[in-house]
Design a protein around this ligand. Structure first.
Ligand SMILES: Nc1ncnc2c1ncn2[C@@H]1O[C@H](COP(=O)(O)OP(=O)(O)OP(=O)(O)O)[C@@H](O)[C@H]1O
Ligand SMILES: [Mg+2]
Length: 346
C-alpha cells in the first residue's frame, strides 16, 4: 500500500500527517488516503496499540485477536503491525484473507496450511503472519480446522484475527490467542483527526459541522471521514446543515425541539415535528435512535429524563422487532407528554 504517513510520535499535530501527493489521485476515498501506516499514527485505544507497538519491537508476535466495533482501526492496526515487523519481507511473509475471500474449511485445509508450510527466510525471531480479517464471519467448521494448524506451525507462523464480535470466535481459538479489545473512539480523538484531515485538504469548516459529523459517527472514524468527504464533495462547506443532509440522520435540533414540546406536555406540536421527519423519509429506527441520543444529553430534570429514556427504550425495542410504523413514534411521544399531565396537581 502507498505510504501516506511519516514516522511520528503519538502527538496529534497536523505535522504528523504527510500527504504523498505524487501517489494519490484526487478522488481517492479519504479513509484509504489517510489510513495510518505506522502504529504510532493510530488514534485512540492507547492500551491495545501500545501493546502492539511493544510486540512490534520485540518481534515475538503471539496469536492475537482484535475485537471491537467497526471503523476504529482494527484492520489498520494489524496491517501496521505486520508492516513494522516484517518490513521488506511483507509481501512474502504475510497472507491476508478477509470476508471477501473464500474461507471455508477447504481454504483452511489447503491455502492456509500451504502458506504455513511455505519456507520463507526471515530474521531470527520473526514469523510469517496470517491475517484473518472479519474472522467472525468464518464458519465454526473452518475455525475448528484452524485449531491444530495454529499449533503445528506455531514455530514459523502466527495468526492475527480481527472481528467485530468475539463471541463468534470459537472458544478453543480464543484460548490460543491474546485478545485485544478495541473500543469506540472518543469524540476528542475523532475531532483531532478530522481537523488534521481538514487542514491537509484545505476544507472550509465550522465547529458545528465537525460536531455534527462526530454526533453521527458515534466513535466510528471510518464513518466520520466518509461523512466529511461526502459533505465536502456535495456542498463544499462543512457546517451542521450540510452534514445532516449528507448523513441521513434527522437534524438533532429538530428532535430537541420535539423533546422540549414533549416535556412541556405539548403532544400535538411534538408529534408534528416527528411526523414531518417521518414524511421526509427517515426510518423510524433513525428517528428513535436520535431521539434517544438527544434526550440523553438534553437539559431535563433527571427523573423526567429517566422516564423518557425508558419510554424511548421500549419503543426502540418494538421498532427493532418490526413494528416500524409512524404510530409507534406517535405513541411514544404521547406517553412521554402524558407524564407531564400526570405529574401536574389536579
Ligand atoms: N484509530 C484510528 N486512527 C486513525 N484512523 C482510523 C482509526 N480507525 C479507523 N481509521 C480510519 O478508518 C479507516 C477504516 O479503519 P479500519 O479498516 O482499521 O477499521 P476496522 O476497525 O477494521 O473496521 P471493521 O470492523 O469494519 O473492519 C482507516 O482506513 C482509517 O482511515
Ligand atoms: Mg476491518
Amino acid at each position: 500500500m502507498t505510504s501516506f504517513f511519516q514516522s511520528s510520535s503519538s502527538s496529534s499535530s497536523t505535522m504528523d500527517i504527510v500527504k504523498d501527493s505524487d501517489n494519490l489521485s484526487d478522488n481517492e476515498p479519504w479513509i484509504e488516503k489517510y489510513r495510518p501506516k505506522l502504529l504510532g499514527d493510530i488514534v485512540g485505544n492507547e492500551d491495545a496499540v501500545s501493546r502492539l507497538s511493544a510486540i512490534a519491537q520485540t518481534g515475538n508476535l503471539p496469536n492475537i485477536i482484535l475485537a471491537g466495533p467497526p471503523g476504529i482501526g482494527k484492520t489498520t492496526s494489524i496491517l501496521c503491525l505486520a508492516r513494522q515487523m516484517l518490513d521488506s519481507s511483507y509481501s512474502n511473509a504475510v497472507m491476508e484473507l478477509n470476508a471477501s475471500d473464500a474461507r471455508g474449511i477447504d481454504v483452511v485445509r489447503n491455502k492456509i496450511k500451504m502458506f504455513a508450510q511455505k519456507k520463507v527466510t526471515l530474521p531470527p525471531g520473526k514469523h510469517k503472519i496470517i491475517i484473518l480479517d472479519e474472522a467472525d464471519s468464518m464458519t465454526a467448521a473452518a475455525q475448528q480446522a484452524l485449531r491444530r494448524t495454529m499449533e503445528i506451525y506455531s514455530s514459523t507462523t502466527r495468526f492475527a484475527l480481527a472481528c467485530n464480535n468475539s463471541t463468534k470466535i470459537i472458544e478453543p481459538i480464543q484460548s490460543r490467542c491474546a485478545v485485544l479489545r478495541y473500543t469506540k473512539l472518543k469524540d476528542e480523538e475523532v475531532l483531532s483527526r478530522l481537523q488534521q484531515v481538514c487542514a491537509l485538504e484545505n476544507v472550509t469548516y465550522d465547529t458545528s459541522g465537525l460536531e455534527a459529523i462526530i454526533f453521527t459517527a458515534e466513535g466510528d472514524m471510518r464513518n466520520a471521514l466518509n461523512s466529511l468527504q461526502s459533505t465536502v464533495s456535495g456542498f463544499g462547506i462543512v457546517n451542521a446543515d450540510n452534514v445532516y443532509k449528507v448523513c441521513d440522520t434527522p437534524h438533532p435540533s429538530e428532535i430537541k425541539r420535539a423533546i422540549q414540546f414533549t416535556a412541556e406536555g405539548k403532544t400535538y406540536d411534538a408529534q408534528k415535528i416527528i411526523m414531518h421527519l417521518h414524511g421526509l423519509g427517515y426510518a423510524a429506527t433513525d428517528i428513535i435512535q436520535t431521539l434517544f441520543r438527544v434526550t440523553r444529553s438534553c437539559d431535563l430534570p433527571e427523573p423526567q429524563k429517566l422516564e423518557f429514556i425508558r419510554e424511548i427504550g421500549f419503543t426502540h425495542m418494538r421498532i427493532a422487532e418490526g413494528l416500524n410504523t409512524q404510530l409507534q413514534l406517535m405513541g411514544c411521544i404521547a406517553r412521554m407528554a402524558a407524564m407531564k399531565h400526570q405529574s401536574m396537581p389536579r
